[in-house]
Write a protein that binds this ligand. Structure first.
Ligand code: 5GP
Ligand code: ZN
Length: 113
């Protein structure tokens, strides 16, 4: 039994509403949104972080970016959006299952904290 919360979400064990699902990925809204649109896109397979990707995952990552583009269109983010991946402790990663944040719906600033 996995202790990983995102594995449980991906398996449908938490009753999370999916904005998108296929055999490789799921997308759902962040529990603590920091923008009007804040969606997480994750692989169903447990990959701890971006630092654990291999060349075998290149298609998966390309697929995830396509899913994000489609979600951005559905959420009417025609003025722009941001894709974020936090990796490792200094990268600010708090859930140790690879995920990409899709943020939008307000003016985003740079640099991040
Ligand atoms: P990280 O800081 O690792 O890049 O992002 C983890 C994100 O997952 C945070 O934005 C946090 O709000 C979100 N999160 C953590 N636990 C849950 C959960 O159980 N459900 C949902 N929907 N989001 C979660
Ligand atoms: Zn996991």
């Amino acid at each position: 039994m996995s202790e990983c919360i995102f594995c449980k979400i991906a398996a449908g064990e938490m009753g999370t509403e999916f904005l998108y699902e296929d055999d490789q990925v799921v997308a759902f809204r962040d529990l603590n949104p920091v923008a009007p649109v804040h969606i997480l896109v994750i692989p169903k397979r447990h990959i701890p972080s971006a630092n654990d990707l291999t060349e075998d995952d290149n298609d998966l990552i390309g697929h995830i970016f396509g899913v994000i583009r489609n979600l951005a269109q559905k959420e009417n983010l025609d003025q722009g959006f941001r894709i974020v991946n936090n990796s490792g402790r200094e990268g600010g990663q708090t859930v140790q299952h690879l995920h990409f944040h899709l943020l939008g719906g307000r003016q985003l600033h740079w640099p991040p904290g």
